[in-house]
Design a protein around this ligand. Structure first.
Ligand code: NIG
Ligand code: FE
Length: 405
């Protein structure tokens, strides 16, 4: 089966170090994979299906390498508390925050969680996301963490031709109220990790590494165990305070360290030395009204690879729209538009270990592509909040197109 996408005003291939723009380009897709990129649109291929881009931008689908998309309940109360001056840490310490979502998620059945998450995924697809990572972490006991991971597995199966879903085990998200921290860590290490690995319910293991949650020593212990069981480490590092998370990311050779508002210089160097991807989440910075931003200049100087994710979750970021995250990367974090678009595509693929298959428009990669209803990519941040996605193509097949006017 051959499909041809023609008449792209700009084809953002993302090959090389920049956006790799091909003007008036075409893409030939064979059996769901990209086979050829052509610098014009005046050709014919027998027995092929044509998708006319009508002089619009064609680019790789967005890759969101960081979400907490399976949850029940909402936290608008916490949003108002923050407007009144309460901090994230105060809210969590008083039994709210993550623990509020844990209560609602524990009460929800697998079916309910599936339905809630499925409708969120449908929205993500409409906004051009073709691959998404989802973390557990609102169960915080063996039964409920496994329940969330099973929901993710069902979502994977139900959506396999629409959106790729990657699963991350994150029981180390907070300490639940009914157990001490040392005992909870023991439970994660002795009981949960082996079960998750045995049932192949996750590919990655993440930890909320903060002095007031799981400190650097706790995080290292959990991640090294996860690694022994074949789960690849990731960390929420130095988000709220400087807690040694970036250093640990280097020491355990994590694939990525995320947030990074307060990493130490030593930590950043350790990340560079061990090829740890820096995943930045500007939506959360905005939601938490943080004045701090990651040390972008230092990251650039060191040559760290910068990826962007949404961090979609009910507490600290209800934004799942990757074009908005790209805009916030530019406006809040001072990223260039090239850095932000690379961050939401090829570099986000790297943070999930998927860069061989997705993230650029290149021969042999999956034809996960989107068509935007604009002639120039600079509209992405400029038309802030407007959904410019016209067509979403997953492995060569159209999975969403804007209904005709
Ligand atoms: O990435 N920091 C920990 N996890 C999420 C927040 C989750 C929550 O507050 O529910 C984050 O910000
Ligand atoms: Fe997060």
């Amino acid at each position: 089966m051959t499909t041809v996408i023609k008449n792209a005003s700009q084809l953002l291939t993302l090959t090389g170090k920049n956006l790799g723009i091909v003007e008036n380009g075409s893409v030939i897709i064979n059996d769901g994979k990209i086979s050829t990129i052509i610098q014009n649109s005046k050709f014919k291929i027998q027995n092929s299906k044509t998708i006319d881009a009508h002089n619009c931008v064609v680019m790789p689908g967005f890759i969101d390498c960081h979400t907490h998309l399976v949850f029940a309940g909402t936290r608008e109360n916490e949003f108002s508390m923050r407007l009144e001056g309460k901090t994230y840490k105060q809210i969590l310490k008083s039994g709210g925050g993550i623990l509020q979502t844990v209560r609602a998620t524990r009460q929800a059945s697998e079916r309910e969680l599936f339905k809630l998450a499925q409708s969120r995924l449908d929205q993500l697809i409409k906004w051009g996301t073709t691959t998404v990572e989802i973390k557990s972490g609102y169960g915080l006991d063996t039964a409920n963490e496994l329940k969330i991971l099973r929901v993710i597995k069902k979502l994977q199966k139900a959506n396999q031709n629409r959106i790729t879903i990657i699963s991350t085990f994150m029981a180390a998200h907070a300490v639940p109220p009914d157990i001490t921290k040392p005992n909870y860590i023991k439970k994660i290490i002795k009981e949960m990790i082996p079960k998750v690995a045995h049932a192949k319910l996750a590919q990655f293991c993440d930890v909320f590494c903060e002095n007031f949650v799981f400190n650097a020593t706790d995080s290292k212990k959990i991640l090294l165990t996860a690694k022994k069981f074949g789960l690849i480490p990731k960390l929420h590092a130095d988000e709220i305070e400087s807690s040694g998370g970036a250093e640990i990311a280097g020491q355990v050779k994590a694939i990525s360290a995320e947030h990074l508002l307060y990493p130490s210089d030593k930590g950043l160097k350790a990340m560079k030395k061990n090829n740890v991807i820096a995943v930045l989440l500007p939506g959360t910075t905005m939601f938490l009204k943080s004045k701090q931003i990651p040390p972008i200049d230092k990251m650039r100087k060191l040559g760290l690879t910068i990826a962007l994710g949404s961090d979609y979750n009910p507490g600290t970021c209800m934004i799942y729209q990757m074009p908005i995250i790209i805009a916030l990367g530019c406006l809040l974090y001072n990223l260039s538009l090239t850095e932000a678009i690379r961050g939401a595509t090829i570099n986000s693929a790297k943070a999930l270990g998927l860069d061989k298959n997705i993230g650029t428009i290149q021969k042999g990669k999956d034809a996960d592509l989107i068509i935007l209803d604009v002639p120039d990519f600079r509209h992405i941040p400029y038309q802030f909040g407007k959904n410019l996605v016209k067509t979403v193509i997953k492995k060569g097949k159209v999975v969403y197109s804007v209904p005709a006017k």
